[in-house]
Design a protein around this ligand. Structure first.
Ligand code: ZN
Length: 472
């Protein structure tokens, strides 16, 4: 039965009548949430496909418009190897990499696009850093809606190919605020309340998959902050439906250090997220300097007794590698943040040995071939393999400079160290030079040729191999 919808501000609680066009609170500029009323009992729609199994928890959409590509119901993978490595009692990964387009946004697209179609819209306009647009493209083509996408020049090419192949019209613009909406268009953006409502289903599935229990911690990445807040919203609804007893889980939000306004506000004890944070991170999906659900995410974290942490790109890439090597899950960098956050909190003692933890892995790594290549190239044997296959393996500035020096003459370590400084302005400690040399030897570009004693000291000389010559 149709329920009357209202939108409520996640910060100042003002109520608005539901309109697709309304995205933010007029008074405070924060994100909104749909008020549908919590049902008294949970009834899974057993015949429903994808997220429509949980139709009861969404704004009403007539059954004939329940479109799906089989999103949701992803595996909750119990970790054995990383759990032992990190020394926690229980660890699971909610693996969203297996969604139809490879990200958790498929849950959102299914709900948004179905609702929009049921309301008679014919075209969707979106601007996105990648995953949402790629997902909307698939669902729009499934339903037969036109989709116009604006992306920024630094969009991940894997996601761009998805948008094109699903048949969307793609434009590159520098400034999303210049997106033009015509009469009859529905705007789909990451801080849309309907799009975010579908994120609730992740916690609901975790709850069902763990036998109607929740872990002590649920760890998730944050950009706009929507996943943190709507996970919290589901937690509240679950408590209303099933009672408060035992339903406790602490929400932990993780941001990349280069763009962490929510973490900054958390650490400084603020209720509001500062909007003028300067940011720089290669984790483009989470580069949100003014998160619309920032205050809401802070509330979710504080009310549940969780915390917010930031991690460096290096910590994120390390987590990505470990997740792939030890659990068989290939996540994209943004999705690896939850594990990186857990690793950091284990090290600092923020999460104890007896904890049970679910990390949400929001999207798959194949969408970002550039970062996959960069991480693969950190493995010396992979560099040699890629070279043999003719892949352009770009070397760092220092290694290239060492190869250039050795192309002129054979040199010993101290001599290389001095020449790097004098000829290339590269200043570093001598042990670092030897580390680069040993990596170049592993890569097959350099070899030790001879050594001689000079004034009682032994000098080892290095020279280029044929492969090294070809490489430069
Ligand atoms: Zn407000």
């Amino acid at each position: 039965m149709e329920r009357r919808l209202a939108l409520k501000c996640t910060k100042c609680n003002i109520l608005y009548e539901f309109e697709v066009e309304r995205k933010l609170c007029e008074r405070c500029g924060c994100g909104l949430t749909v008020e549908t009323g919590t049902p008294a009992a949970f009834r899974e729609n057993v015949g429903g496909q994808g997220i429509w199994r949980y139709a009861q928890l969404f704004p009403y959409v007539s059954r004939e418009f329940h479109f799906s590509l089989g999103e949701g119901n992803t595996c909750l993978i119990e970790s054995a190897r990383l759990r032992r490595e990190l020394g926690v009692q229980g660890l699971w990964f909610k693996n969203e990499t297996t969604e139809p387009t490879g990200s958790y946004f498929d849950r959102c697209s299914a709900l948004f696009v179905s609702l929009i179609k049921s309301l008679g819209y014919e075209r969707i306009v979106t601007y996105s850093t990648g995953n949402l647009a790629a997902s909307l493209a698939a669902y729009s083509s499934r339903i037969g809606l036109k989709l116009h996408i604006n992306v920024k020049p630094m969009v991940d090419v894997g996601k761009l190919y998805q948008m094109i192949l699903y048949g969307a019209k793609v434009n590159v613009i520098q400034d999303f605020s210049k997106t033009r909406i015509s009469m009859g268009d529905a705007l789909a953006i990451e801080h849309d309340p309907i799009i975010n409502e579908a994120k609730k289903t992740i916690l609901l599935e975790v709850f069902l998959q763990l036998g109607r229990r929740l872990p002590e911690y649920i760890i998730l990445p944050m950009g706009e902050g929507g996943l943190a807040y709507f996970t919290y919203k589901m937690l509240i609804e679950l408590k209303k439906i099933f009672g408060d007893g035992g339903l406790k889980t602490k929400i932990v939000g993780v941001q990349p250090r280069g763009c962490a306004p929510i973490v900054e506000a958390y650490e400084r004890g603020f209720d509001d997220v500062l909007s003028d944070t300067r940011f720089f991170t290669k984790i483009f999906d989470l580069s949100v300097s003014r998160p619309k659900y920032g205050s809401a995410a802070l509330k979710a974290i504080r009310d549940t007794g969780g915390c917010a942490v930031s991690v460096s790109e290096e910590e994120c890439y390390r987590a990505l590698s470990m997740l792939a090597e030890m659990e068989g899950i290939l996540a994209e960098p943004a999705a690896s943040l939850s594990l990186a956050g857990l690793m950091k909190l284990r090290k600092s003692g923020g999460i104890g040995d007896d904890a049970t933890v679910v990390c949400i892995i929001t999207g798959g790594g194949l969408k970002d071939p550039k970062i996959m290549k960069d991480i693969a190239c950190r493995k010396s044997d992979a560099v040699i393999l890629l070279e043999e296959l003719g892949v352009d393996v770009k070397m760092g500035k220092t290694k290239r400079a060492i190869l250039e020096l050795l192309s002129e003459e054979d040199m010993y370590g101290y001599q290389i160290w001095r020449s790097l400084r004098e000829k290339y302005g590269i200043s570093m400690k001598i042990p670092s030079v030897y580390q680069h040399l040993s990596q170049l030897i592993e890569m097959g570009f350099v070899r030790k040729t001879f050594s001689k004693n000079v004034l009682g000291r032994r000098r080892e000389y290095y020279s280029l191999t044929d492969k090294g010559r070809i490489a430069i």
